[in-house]
Design a protein around this ligand. Structure first.
Ligand code: CAA
Length: 258
């Protein structure tokens, strides 16, 4: 399917989704969000795809929700259309792993989109922020929730209340991103992480994603029990037999997602 605001390439088991509204620093408007959801759902159902990478441009992953799209809307408009709710639910339903490869600005909805992905790899030019307060509003796609869980209350309050940006080094120190690399290395690093994941058993990959995300919704004891039960269930797979046999036979496992 041809998209207007994103570019999608599927190669070597990886779906690479590039946000592509260069004139608006990839601001998230209705069209882009709907195309992104469509592309993610395509990747979910495409058997060839084993990992997804979402990225932007060198200057901006995404500079937020599209302010021009929102500026004239009333409370009744955004409440009635439930602005951003369907998209965030759809993105949350993707079971395959999603890596955000961030260069430049990841602000507002851009930072929130990166945090909806399973982990973030960024370039040393990355800048994260929730500057919605400067617009007389607040984060609406997870900036007060996921950011707080990622970096703790102090830094989340600081960013949401002052609107200041966090650079790549601080973001790594705070646990918002998993890796920082020089700008030129970003896509190589993200694609290589995606390839590593693509080699694993998809059943295990999806189970790990589900269990890790459950940790945000459950008490520790319930989460530990959920994890253990899923761990037990993986012994019903051929991939568990293959993985453990390959270890004993000192060879690489050949996973078949069974
Ligand atoms: N929405 C719409 N257009 C945007 C945009 C946004 N979020 N961010 C940038 N643009 C547009 C600019 O209007 C400009 O377009 P024109 O050339 O037509 O004027 C173009 O992108 C380039 O931007 P700048 O000229 O501003 O570039 P810069 O390098 O001087 O500054 C920037 C870069 C610091 C990121 C600045 O563009 C900026 O502050 N952007 C807004 C960031 C922001 O407030 N994001 C939060 C949005 S609200 C939100 O996201 C709500 C939510 O939680 C869901």
């Amino acid at each position: 399917m041809a998209f207007e605001t994103i570019i999608v390439d599927v190669e070597d088991h990886i779906a690479l989704i590039r946000l592509n509204r260069p004139d608006a620093l990839n601001a998230l408007n209705a069209e882009l969000l709907s195309e992104l959801v469509e592309a993610l759902k395509d990747a979910q159902t495409n058997e060839k795809v084993r990992c997804i990478v979402v990225t932007g441009s060198e200057k901006a992953f995404a500079a937020g929700a599209d302010i021009k799209m929102m500026s004239e809307k009333s409370f009744v408009d955004v409440f009635t259309e439930d602005l951003f709710t369907p998209e965030s639910h759809e993105i949350g339903r993707i079971r395959k792993p999603i890596i955000a490869a961030v260069s430049g600005y990841a602000l507002g909805g851009g930072c929130e989109l990166a945090m909806m992905c399973d982990f973030i790899i960024c370039s040393d030019t990355a800048k994260f922020g929730q500057p919605e307060i400067n617009l007389g509003v607040m984060a609406g796609l997870g900036g007060t929730q996921r950011l707080t869980r990622a970096v703790g209350k102090a830094k989340s309050m600081d960013m949401n209340l002052t609107g200041r940006f966090m650079d790549a080094e601080e973001a790594e120190r705070a646990g918002l991103v998993s890796r920082v690399v020089p700008g030129k290395e970003l896509m190589k690093e993200a694609m290589s992480a995606a390839s590593k994941i693509a080699e694993k058993s998809m059943i295990t990959v999806m189970a790990i994603k589900e269990a890790t995300n459950r940790s945000f919704e459950m008490t520790l004891n319930e989460g530990l029990l959920f994890e253990r039960r899923v761990f037990h269930s993986l012994f019903a797979t051929e991939d568990q037999k293959e993985g453990m046999a390959a270890f004993s036979e000192k060879r690489q496992p050949q996973f078949r997602d069974k």
